[in-house]
Ligand binder design. Structure first.
Ligand SMILES: NC(=O)c1ccc[n+]([C@@H]2O[C@H](COP(=O)([O-])OP(=O)(O)OC[C@H]3O[C@@H](n4cnc5c(N)ncnc54)[C@H](OP(=O)(O)O)[C@@H]3O)[C@@H](O)[C@H]2O)c1
Length: 327
């Protein structure tokens, strides 16, 4: 099978397209014919050796795939050949075939295409957990989303609205902000040109945001605390900006703020039933036509380096996927 291989740590250009033996499933695993492999920001870090997960070289990057099950291990009980699934792999996704534990596979909601499925599990799993369990977001609360046109950001805009929040979307360009409005944002802030704190305060009559979803980090994280309401929950989702902020504890004290980490992968391992309930709710919403994964780009497998460059250059909106069949 064809696969993208990381043979040495570095930027996207050192990735190579290779022919590898087909993977075979272990007793509790399934083999999936990959229709779409989701590209996620952590992939850009993993190939540079900058992510918390450091697979031994050489490895095939790619944390999630969607496709049809083509083989099942002897002990597999939940899935059969022909099922349409999304799977968290967590490496090996940039390939024509991938194996996944049956416990990390998800039946795709009825009507969801395999291409949409490639951008579904990881971001919607993360965001539903962040907003439901980590923030306990309530109807009528104000949710501020940073990086709001990106993968997890746009999903946070969509799900925040579905949970009844007023959503303020913050991003770096007018086009990105227009996209967030098309997906439900009530108000927008361009944090390249406007003061995050000043705009949030103006939009909330001085109160601030009740929940802040931050996948960006860096200096904006500190501004977020100034834009927070009394008792707000600040969600530490990621550091796409590149710098891990040191949060000043006095800001937490003054307004009784909570800073809450979001670690979806570890949550799934520890609380699989809660994660399953989140996905059951997502499937209901999808079935009712209340949201759709936003797939803004499909790249042939061989063009994985271009896709990763686009992500690093902040050109990507919503989700992008690799499509092995197009290779
Ligand atoms: N905690 C978890 O369980 C979990 C799960 C999934 C992802 N994450 C994390 O969430 C973050 C976002 O992931 P994603 O897949 O949604 O990525 P993404 O689609 O690339 O979105 C990231 C957004 O961050 C903004 N950004 C600001 N500075 C940036 C920079 N220097 N380089 C790139 N983007 C920058 C960009 O929006 P603007 O241009 O509008 O600023 C971009 O849209 C990553 O740090 C990832 O590791 C965490």
């Amino acid at each position: 099978m064809k696969a993208i291989v990381c043979t040495q740590l570095g930027g996207p250009d050192q990735l190579t397209l290779q022919s590898l033996p087909d993977p075979r499933p272990g007793p509790h695993e399934v083999c999936i014919a990959v229709a779409a492999a989701g590209i996620n920001f952590p992939d850009t870090l993993m190939i540079q050796g900058k992510y918390q997960v450091r697979p031994p070289l050489p490895f095939v990057p790619g944390a999630e795939v969607a496709g049809e099950v083509i083989e099942v291990g002897a002990e597999v009980t939940r899935f059969a050949v022909g099922d349409r699934v999304a799977a968290f792999v967590p490496v090996g996704g940039y390939a024509a075939k991938a194996v996944a534990s049956e416990h990390e596979c998800l039946a795709l909601p009825d009507g969801m295409s395999l291409i949409e499925g490639g951008g579904y599990g990881l971001v919607y799993g993360t965001v539903s957990h962040a907003l439901m369990q980590c923030a306990n977001l309530q109807p009528g609360e104000t949710l501020l989303v940073l990086g709001a046109a990106g993968g997890v950001g746009l999903a946070a805009v969509q799900l925040g609205k579905l949970m009844g929040a007023r959503v303020i979307a913050a991003a770096s360009t007018a086009d990105k902000l227009a996209l967030t409005r098309a997906h439900g944002a009530d108000d927008t802030i361009n944090y390249r040109e406007q003061s995050l704190k000043g705009e949030v305060k103006a939009l909330t009559q001085g109160e601030g945001a009740n929940v802040i979803f931050d996948p960006v980090g860096g200096p904006l994280a500190i501004e977020c605390l100034s834009a927070a309401a009394w008792g707000a929950r600040y969600l530490v989702v990621g550091f796409a900006e590149g710098n891990i902020p040191a949060l000043p504890a006095n800001r937490l004290l003054l307004k009784e703020l909570s800073a809450k980490g979001v670690a979806w992968g570890a949550f799934v391992a520890r609380e699989p039933e809660v994660n399953a309930a989140n996905f059951a709710q997502l499937a209901r919403w999808y079935g009712e036509g209340k949201f759709k994964p936003v797939i803004s780009g499909q790249y042939p497998l061989a063009e994985a380096p271009r896709a990763l460059h686009d992500m690093l250059a902040r050109k990507v909106t919503g989700k992008i996927v690799l499509v092995p069949d197009a290779a």
